[in-house]
Design a protein around this ligand. Structure first.
Ligand SMILES: Nc1ncnc2c1ncn2[C@@H]1O[C@H](COP(=O)(O)OP(=O)(O)O)[C@@H](O)[C@H]1O
Ligand SMILES: [Mg+2]
Length: 259
């Protein structure tokens, strides 16, 4: 059973862009958990596909601290690829596996809102989740699949939102029992490359300070801490490993747990 303070609350699964397409057993785990009566929310990334489409269109992707800086032109690609292609493809695959999956984005009903970033453009760096529509979707027995785009607080523009930050905000707002980040490494690693089973805030701070934790791992840990503070169990696991989602939900010692 889960050791989470939030008991049988929703399970939020963040599927990383880096493992999209390699997560067949992860998706079937999500569907099975849903069939067993758990509320499951999938939040997806898709950074690699966005970068690929930017290249095809002759544009360059640029990154700051693991976050994509976003111009009005790149926002068009972000929205088309994340809320379009990737969201609909995942929604299709989950239905093929038997779940009543509903594709949503953070734009819909203002589910994700954020101030506009001052340093990296049309990005919501500190998204907040209004969980109303997600909760109603869950209570209707459906399985929401959320694309990480949202609204600026003043509704003046759509924003690109890092999928890790989106998943953290969703887990926080839903009082999730578990937040599981599926990624392409087995664990968070220390300076020697040794996997860390349990990572507390102090050690996390040291490893970030020493640049041992960097890039795409940073937003996971930042978002994970917020979700941990509201009582969710948080794990970063290798999305390529069979049945890792079920193992993580059942509290097995897989990947890196935040403590
Ligand atoms: N200390 C660390 N331990 C493990 N991975 C790390 C660490 N620091 C940075 N990373 C990087 O974080 C990456 C995962 O983030 P990212 O590439 O954004 O994937 P995702 O699609 O899962 O978000 C890993 O592939 C790894 O290169
Ligand atoms: Mg990432």
């Amino acid at each position: 059973m889960s050791a989470s303070r939030n008991g049988n609350g929703p399970i939020v699964i963040k599927i990383g862009g880096s493992t999209l397409g390699e997560h067949d057993t992860s998706l079937s785990d999500c569907v099975e958990l849903h069939r067993e009566g758990r509320q499951v929310v999938v939040v997806h990334g898709g950074g690699a596909a966005v970068t690929d489409w930017q290249r095809r269109l002759g544009a360059e992707a640029t990154w700051v601290d693991g976050l994509r800086s976003t111009t009005p032109e790149s926002l068009e690609v972000v929205v088309a690829v994340l809320a379009g292609l990737i969201n609909k493809e995942l929604t299709r695959q989950l239905q093929l596996l038997g779940a009543p999956a509903v594709g949503l984005s953070g734009v819909d009903a203002g589910t994700l809102c954020s101030p506009i970033s001052e340093r990296i453009g049309l990005v919501g760096e500190t998204p907040r989740c209004n969980p109303h529509t997600l909760q109603r979707t869950l209570d209707a027995g459906l399985l929401p699949v959320l694309a990480p785009v949202g609204l600026s607080n003043d509704l003046s523009t759509i924003l690109n939102i890092n999928a890790d930050a989106a998943a953290g905000a969703v887990a926080f707002a839903l009082d999730a029992a578990s937040l599981i980040f599926l990624t392409d490494v087995a664990q968070v690693m220390d300076a020697e490359g040794t996997g860390i089973g349990s990572l507390n805030a102090e050690r996390q701070g040291e490893l970030i300070e020493q640049d041992v934790i960097e890039g795409g791992m940073l937003p996971k840990l930042r978002a994970g801490r917020d979700a941990l503070s509201c009582g969710a169990e948080v794990r970063i696991v290798d999305g390529r490993q069979p049945h890792i989602v079920r193992q993580a939900v059942e509290g097995e010692a897989v990947g890196t747990a935040l403590s």
